[in-house]
Design a protein around this ligand. Sequence first.
Ligand SMILES: C[S@@+](CC[C@H](N)C(=O)[O-])C[C@H]1O[C@@H](n2cnc3c(N)ncnc32)[C@H](O)[C@@H]1O
Length: 280
Amino acid sequence: MEASPSEYSVYSSVQRYDAKKVLDEYAEKIKWRNDGNDTVLDIGCGTGDVTVEHILSHIPVKFRKLVGVDISQEMIGYAKRTHERKNISFEVLDIEGDEDDIQRFLVKHPERFDHVMSFYCLHWVPNQVKAMKNIYNLLKPNGDCLLALLVKHSIFDIYKELSKTKWKNLMSSPDDFFADYHGRENPAATIVEILTATGFKNHEVKIYPGKMQFTGYNEIKANVTIINPIWRKMNTEEQREYLKDYLNVAARLGLYKEASNENESTFSFSYHLLVVYTVK
Ligand SMILES: C[S@@+](CC[C@H](N)C(=O)[O-])C[C@H]1O[C@@H](n2cnc3c(N)ncnc32)[C@H](O)[C@@H]1O
């Protein structure tokens, strides 16, 4: 994902709402320590807003450290400037990286983490086996993890349609950019298989269906473009054309309704958020 951090911070109400909902429901399952020394890792923290607004408010008042990591240097720069403080830090890390990358990160955190969390990030990772292996490696023995990722989204359907058109040069398949759960009958079973093969135990996996609507052309444009992995690869003319094609596909799929007053146009979509709680 290559959104600009300040734009993402403004247009991430769905993500923030869901992170809060998941944490409200699951925080009591997490095996918090009773010595005030919890160490927490937030993978794909982006701007760090969810890290400090929601994760921080659910961890014990006294904790050892909360570390946010993200593949994007730009996001980490923003998170550092905005949210870094005592016990809270941010670093660049690719969760799909090689074992060496993880080992380099662990030089600074040799004791590993009691808890790993990740919200709205792991669907951006095509190699799920590698990501889960890395998460396992980042946890202490008996450490637990809470992950929330999209497994179905109307937007994947739009990408799939567009990848059959002239835009296939930029995205020949959504699977080049995303985990391929969206094409599966039973994504929960697939993820359970991966978790079990990795060595995790006691997994609880649930799927939460959601619906959302954006209203007004400007809000729609902002929301659909900031999370689009190829948007920033196009020049202005291509972006204008792509957005037109994108909205035509969305209209055909019944997601976009153009109104004569553009402030009343709507973009409605449904999605499935998969939530995993599991233990090393
Ligand atoms: C939609 S944002 C979610 C940010 C935040 N967790 C939230 O809930 O608002 C997804 C983030 O995942 C990051 N990301 C994507 N692939 C990643 C990877 N392989 N390793 C680490 N972070 C990744 C992106 O850079 C982006 O900041």
